[in-house]
Design a protein around this ligand. Structure first.
Ligand code: LRY
Length: 234
């Protein structure tokens, strides 16, 4: 296993994903970096952030390790998490400690190949760790073979061939943790502290939580939906 100090500082901890998109009320690097600082005060050991602007501001304000991504859509591919070298370079230049890349088994924009992106990133940014966002065990195994440093379950339920669960994909976390030598991060649909703890018990190295902590629109909606349901059923 990688003995990198950043990685070691994340072991067994909570990484909070702080993301808001253009058009949403919380969008903007100032708000996202305040959100990240609040997460730090609550004990987060790292932050996952989207876009060069947010990453740079969060690094400056919190000094926590940052998993950087940049979601961009291209017409010829359904891959959108740090899809091309353009986004990878921008995320690294912004100061990310780790860059997360979609490593699913789907065609990439412009027909680019994952091994080439990895090779170029390694040569241009030797100090940055590479995290593979995957949706299946097969993709996790391939990511390890290709030389990633970390595998995360981020995309389980978001590819047409992976199961859509209500909560985290604990089965995938457990299978990856058994099959890989790399650290496996649990990410996606972790809504409660109990679920986060269950991910660690299933073998996760660290846990990434986003919506349940940093998306008040969705948190509010969960409450409203529950209240409306209870009003209907009497
Ligand atoms: C599938 C995809 O695009 N996931 C994104 C990856 O960065 C984010 O939208 C998620 O919020 C993040 O993975 C954390 O997950 P959750 O918000 O469920 O705790």
């Amino acid at each position: 296993m990688n003995d990198n100090a950043i990685l070691a500082s994340l072991r067994g901890g909570l990484i909070v994903s702080c993301q808001a998109y253009a058009g949403e009320v919380l969008f903007g690097a100032d708000v996202m970096s305040r959100m990240a600082l609040a997460a730090k005060e609550g004990g987060a050991v790292g932050i996952r952030a989207n876009s060069p602007q947010d990453i740079a501001e969060i690094k400056a304000r919190t000094a926590l390790p940052v998993i950087g991504i940049w979601k961009e859509r291209y017409a010829d591919s359904s891959i959108y998490i740090t899809p091309t070298m353009r986004e990878i370079a921008a995320v690294c230049d912004a100061g990310s400690d780790i860059v997360a890349i979609d490593a699913t088994d789907r065609p990439r924009p412009g027909g680019a190949q994952l091994p080439d992106l990895i090779a170029e990133t390694r040569s241009r940014y030797p100090g940055v760790l590479l995290m593979a966002d995957v949706s299946t065990v097969k993709e996790g195994l391939e990511a390890e073979r290709l030389g990633f440093d970390i595998v995360s379950t981020t995309l389980s339920g978001y590819t047409p061939y992976s199961p859509v669960n209500d909560g985290p994909d604990l089965a995938l976390v457990g299978e990856l943790a058994k099959a890989l030598r790399l650290p496996v991060f649990a990410e996606g649909r972790i809504s409660t502290p109990d679920q986060a703890a269950a991910c660690l018990r299933s073998g996760a190295y660290a846990v990434v939580v986003g919506s349940a902590i940093t998306r008040p629109e969705l948190i509010t909606k969960r409450f409203v939906d529950r209240i409306v349901r209870s009003a209907i059923s009497g």
